[in-house]
Ligand binder design. Structure first.
Ligand code: FEO
Length: 466
């Protein structure tokens, strides 16, 4: 078990957790995860940046041993959550001279959660430098990625930024670097949706502090390292600050098929109006995929039967999760069927009070849906189309029969980036005003790097293909 060099005297000494299936007892990890930590060896001092999940501390020590590390002077704690801080007590025992370096809010959190002597913790200020001899580290306070104490560590000499949770991905991989950018971007989007989306305002507010550094390497503490940081920076800019997309998400449960019939009709009604729609069956769906669609959706329409006088518990869970994740959706509604009575829309609306969106009146059918219920679903789809049209989105809806023209926008089938001919893709060498058909075949999606062939006209994207 060896350390891996990621730069001159900068080493990855982390652990790959191939087997982990769940995080926080909540988040599915279909591809495992990793706990990255890094050793920076200066001419005078050495610093370990974060540690690993305590269950994997032997891996960390084995990698340090492979380098014959005899002293660590500083353990930088960018984030006090135990998957990064939990092995600090063992590192302090193994290296008695080492001091923990953390933010002002990091110190009390570490003291509360771990057996660390207070006199071994040093607090650094925002922007403070730490001299290691031939290089220095700088600390950048970046609260709320993902706790209030979080900070980033910057190694100016090598333009490397250590970001802990920020820009991470739950992805166990033998490739330490983000070589397969499409795969890493997909994992990073899942991670953003599940972990970072509630903090998008905080990320937006401090984003400039990252971009102005012009990092050449971004080294998070979960998932692969970015040697082309622009990819993940562009994606985060879009996820946090971009407008919602022309997309309706319909999470639903059906017990006796009535709600499913309503959902199917509603999805088709949206498609007929040029709205992208994605139905998501909560009975056995991957809640991480649900969260990923929340990143982009302009509207969320929950489908549920009434069970024991209220929403189906799995729909209630999805509503509570959406509420906690704070998506940028602008419109909410409810559709579903009931038998003898109860309330559906009111409790769901209450559970979604944290989503700052307009609640459009629900469509409820007594028993199986009848013509008037389908007509009401058509009206709901039309109401959403009207609102999306009046709201800035990345891809305004167009009629299904929209003729193709030089101004036709194209959507990436992987990440939903929309190519707008009016804007072009100047960073990719495509000037504004270039119709999609005129783009060279070797052009790739600026977000997820898939080829041009992965794009379709916005108005021609069927829900089933998304
Ligand atoms: Fe990876 Fe917030 O811990």
């Amino acid at each position: 078990m060896k350390a891996c060099k990621i730069g001159d005297n900068v080493w990855w000494v982390g652990a790959i957790d191939w087997e982990r299936k769940l995080f926080d007892g909540l988040i599915p990890l279909p591809d495992g995860t990793s706990y990255n930590c890094y050793l920076v060896q200066g001419s005078d001092k050495s610093a370990l940046i974060d540690t690993v999940e305590p269950s994997m501390k032997e891996t960390l020590f084995a990698r340090l041993k492979s380098l014959n590390v005899s002293r660590i002077d500083y353990v930088i704690s960018n984030h006090a959550e135990q998957d990064h801080s939990g092995s600090i007590p063992d590192v302090l025992s193994a290296f008695p001279m080492a001091k923990v370096v953390t933010s002002d809010k990091g110190k009390p959190l570490l003291l509360e959660m771990l057996p660390i002597p207070e006199d071994r913790i040093t607090v650094v200020r925002d922007g403070e430098m730490l001299d290691l001899g031939d290089r220095s580290l700088q600390f950048i306070y970046f609260p709320w990625v993902h706790w209030p104490e979080t900070m980033l560590t910057w190694l100016p000499k090598q333009k490397t930024l250590f970001t802990c949770d920020l820009f991470g991905s739950h992805l166990a991989s033998a490739d330490l670097f983000a070589t397969d950018e499409a795969a890493v971007l997909s994992a990073a989007k899942r991670y953003y949706a599940e972990i970072m989306m509630p903090f998008k305002t905080a990320i937006e507010g401090k984003f400039g502090a990252v971009t102005k550094l012009e990092p050449q390497v971004i080294a998070p503490s979960h998932g692969p390292i970015y040697r082309r940081p622009q990819m993940i920076l562009d994606a985060y800019r879009e996820w946090t600050s971009g407008p919602p997309k022309n997309l309706v998400l319909i999470p639903y449960i059906s017990m006796h098929d009535s709600t499913r019939l309503m959902v199917t009709h509603f999805v088709e009604a949206c498609m007929d109006r040029g709205i992208q729609a994605e139905q998501f069956n909560l009975a056995d769906g991957d809640i991480g995929k649900f969260a990923m669609v929340l990143v982009d959706a302009a509207a969320i329409v929950f489908g549920s039967p009434i069970v024991l006088g209220g929403p189906h518990p799995k729909v209630a869970y999805a509503a509570l999760l959406a509420n906690a994740l704070r998506p940028k959706a602008k419109f909410l509604s409810v559709i579903g069927s009931y038998g003898w009575g109860g309330k559906l829309a009111e409790p769901l609306q209450s559970m979604l009070s944290g989503v700052k969106a307009e609640f459009i009146p629900p469509v409820l059918a007594k028993g199986f849906p009848r013509p008037q219920d389908y007509a009401a679903l058509d009206e709901l789809a039309e109401a959403i189309r009207t609102r999306i049209t009046q709201t800035p989105t990345a891809a305004p809806p167009q009629p299904e029969s929209s003729p193709q023209s030089d101004q036709t926008k194209y959507v990436c089938q992987v990440c939903r980036y929309v190519y707008d001919p009016a804007k072009g893709d100047p960073a990719g060498g495509i000037p504004p005003g270039t119709p999609f058909e005129k783009i060279p075949d070797n052009w790739v999606c600026p977000i997820c790097r898939v080829p041009k062939s992965m794009f379709k006209p916005v108005w021609a994207v069927p829900a089933a293909a998304r």
